[in-house]
Design a protein around this ligand. Structure first.
Ligand SMILES: [Zn+2]
Length: 338
């Protein structure tokens, strides 16, 4: 098979790799329908995370099952499946509590920018669609496997309710999907923080009612003005930087909640400030598996279209250009077709 391998910062190559095999009776092998480059893939690409030895990349996937291990009965060859970037058995205590991304048998996916992928914990991880969906739905279903599931978790963790005033920090694919989630959960006001015209347009299309372009102290001041000096009920932190977290914590009202899903890089939370703010804080890798059946249904019903976050489509062999385009902010998110 062929897929993406990162060698060094800025150096992603499309290479011939060893075909994946069933290693455990709980595995499945899928043929990738579409995959993509994630904003979090840019951390090692930009040299902000150690790379070590050259290794495959990618954790988002939808595809068709080719082979299953002897213990996998929930999906069978030929079925179209959606999974999560974190695999789970869906039976352990953490899974039963709805935190499948903290499964006791969790394995993070890391080889998905390829034409075939081995899925560990396939029984608990993969959800098959009733029929093979039309290709037009593939990008939306792919988004569900990570960015839409993560945006949903951000809104869920931030306790968005009907009538809520919501601030979304970050206008990447996850932040934009957070806008979709907040809208679906009945938010009345959705304030999207974005400096990019094309992303602002998409945020509005997804349900944002206001846009804030300021950042740092000015951004905090602007949210303060827009919320009558009180702050928002729910804030979705979808960046993962110190500035993003500070923006989020200082945008929430006393008693409000921040859902943080940007993978933190050099983020520190001041205990005194958090204590006196009365702001709740919850985040982490999204338990996408919990949301999969619901979100797959919303996509196939045409109720939501998170596939619109893909603004660049490339053949898989041009994966390096996908990384470059996202690194240079020419694209929000690159879809790759094997
Ligand atoms: Zn589990």
């Amino acid at each position: 098979m062929r897929g993406a391998v990162i060698h060094a910062p800025g150096d992603v190559r499309f290479e011939t790799l060893v075909d994946p095999k069933i290693l455990h009776p709980t595995d499945a092998i899928i043929r990738t329908a579409v995959t993509c480059v994630c904003g979090s893939d840019l951390w090692p690409y930009r040299g902000l995370e150690p790379i070590g030895d050259p290794h495959p990349m990618g954790h988002e996937y939808v595809g068709v099952v080719e082979e299953v291990g002897s213990e996998v009965t929930s999906v069978k060859p030929g079925q179209f499946v959606v999974g999560s970037f974190a695999t789970s058995d869906n039976t352990c205590p953490n899974c039963r509590n709805g935190f499948q991304s903290n499964c006791l048998h969790r394995e993070f996916m890391s080889t998905c920018q390829a034409d075939h992928v081995r899925i560990p914990n396939a029984q608990g991880t993969l959800v098959a669609t009733d029929e093979r969906p039309d290709e037009a739905f593939w990008p939306g279903l792919l988004a569900v496997s990570d960015v839409m599931g993560t945006g949903w978790w951000a809104a869920d963790a931030a306790e968005v309710k009907p009538g809520s005033t919501v601030v979304v920090v970050g206008d990447g694919a996850v932040g934009l999907c957070g806008v979709i989630a907040a809208k679906e959960m009945g938010a009345e006001r959705i304030i999207a923080m974005s400096r990019h015209a094309s992303r602002q347009r998409l945020a509005r299309e997804f349900g944002a009612t206001e846009i804030v372009t300021e950042r740092g102290d000015e951004g905090i001041e602007r949210i303060n003005e827009l919320t009558g000096g009180i702050g928002a009920d729910a804030v979705l932190e979808c960046v993962g930087t110190a500035q993003g977290m500070q923006q989020a914590l200082r945008s929430a009202r006393p008693g409000g909640t921040v859902g943080f899903v940007g993978v933190p890089h050099e983020v520190a939370v001041d205990g005194q400030e958090l204590f006196f703010s009365h702001v709740g804080l919850r985040g982490g890798p999204a338990p996408v598996r919990r949301y999969l059946p619901d979100l797959i249904g919303r996509v196939l019903d045409g109720r939501i279209d998170p596939g619109k976050v893909f603004d660049l489509t490339l053949p898989l062999e041009q994966v390096a250009e996908g990384y470059r385009a996202m690194d240079e902010r020419r694209a929000v998110k690159a879809l790759l077709t094997p």
